[in-house]
Design a protein around this ligand. Structure first.
Ligand SMILES: *Cc1c(COP(=O)(O)O)cnc(C)c1O
Length: 360
């Protein structure tokens, strides 16, 4: 079976070159006679893999020296609780910006630890836009401002970074990290589950500014305490070694593509042509306001929902898989992360045009 173009929102497509390298190294990592999966996380082999992965994150994102780079576990969802546990620093309130389903979950967990000030929300408009910054009611004494730069389900993305002054900005970058350059110094904390744009599920990347850690609530379990994890090089307990190794290969692949500037150019081009195909048809539509459309997750609906099943089965036969929209939204969703080749987007567009001709 040839490899398909997998449009899954996550776990998502990985670069083929990375999978091939992992396959070649699987039984015998760099002449060690064993798989990296089978080695001690404290051994020099894995320690070098983890150190290189961290350095590559620092190089790609230009992470300043006063930030820690952590490889944690539990997915982005675990961060929904560990962020308030670590970052409240004696304060009682945190500001949250709600632009979709993931932000909603983050808020729900944060409420267990602090008062959540819902500073802005696009829920009334069914999460199809981003509230303009002028309308946000940020509070000066909040511990931090949390937002979701890319809402994976609704396909709504910030193409700008909010200015929050002295209040640290915290962002769930799960589905858009490494899609373009990022000015890390604008943020107090960035986090991302790996399974969209980084590697396999099981690794969570956290980048946090030095001065914000070391003040965790006393109830915070050690493995959830950023300061303790930073002190232990993210190895307070056994890390997800294979996931860190694979993420490291993906970072090198991104570098080989030309880094984040090059990724941004390709990603913007991929997204623009898919939205142009949707907007240019009378059969497909996308509900998101144009300025807030995601480069990574492109939901679209068919004018005749009774054709959804046929659209999907035909797509699968054409090697275009996992296009079904999230159960809460319906319709279709094409996730076109870094690892989705431009040829995959072209093939999807051709299929859509042909399907419309035959069925609309
Ligand atoms: C996928 C996703 C999550 C959840 O990630 P887990 O690793 O499953 O916890 C959270 N936020 C966003 C924006 C996501 O895309």
């Amino acid at each position: 079976m040839p490899r398909v173009y997998n449009f899954s929102a996550g776990p998502a497509i990985l670069p083929e070159a990375v999978l091939k390298q992992a396959q070649e190294e699987l039984l015998d990592w760099h002449g060690a006679g064993a798989s990296i999966m089978e080695m001690s996380h404290r051994g020099k082999e894995f320690v070098s893999v983890a150190a290189e992965a961290e350095q590559d994150v620092r190089d790609l994102l230009g992470v300043p020296n006063n930030y820690k780079v952590l490889f944690l576990q539990g997915g982005a969802s675990t961060q929904f609780a560990t962020i308030p546990m670590n970052l409240l620093r004696g304060k009682a309130t945190a500001d949250y910006i709600l632009t979709g389903a993931w932000g909603k979950k983050a808020i729900s967990d944060a409420k267990k630890y602090c008062t959540v000030n819902l500073a802005a929300s696009s829920e009334e408009g069914k999460f199809t836009s981003i509230p303009s910054f002028d309308s946000w009611s940020l509070q000066k004494d909040s511990a931090y401002v949390h937002y979701t730069p890319n809402e994976t389900i609704g396909g709504v993305e910030f193409h700008w970074v909010p200015k929050t002054g002295d209040v640290p900005l915290v962002a769930d970058f799960s589905s858009t990290i490494f899609s373009r350059p990022l000015n890390v110094s604008r943020f107090g904390l960035i986090y991302a589950g790996a399974q969209k744009n980084i590697g396999p599920a099981g690794v969570t990347l956290v980048i946090v500014r030095d001065d914000l850690i070391g003040h965790a609530l006393p109830i915070t379990p050690s493995v959830f305490d950023y300061a303790k994890q930073a002190e232990a090089d993210s190895m307070l307990n056994t890390p997800p070694t294979f996931g860190v190794y694979l993420a490291g290969l993906v970072f090198k692949w991104v570098k080989a593509q030309g880094g984040l500037e090059a990724m941004a150019t390709i990603n913007e081009r991929k997204a623009k042509k898919l939205y142009a195909a949707i907007d240019g048809s009378n059969f497909y539509s996308n509900p998101v306001e144009k300025a807030s459309r995601s480069w990574m997750n492109v939901p679209f609906i068919l004018a005749k929902p009774e054709l959804d099943k046929e659209f999907l089965s035909g797509a699968t036969s054409a090697g275009l898989t996992t296009l079904e929209g999230h159960r809460s939204v319906g319709g279709m969703r094409a996730s076109i992360y870094n690892a989705m080749p431009e040829a995959g987007v072209d093939a999807l567009i051709s299929y859509m045009v042909d399907f419309e001709k035959r069925k609309a």
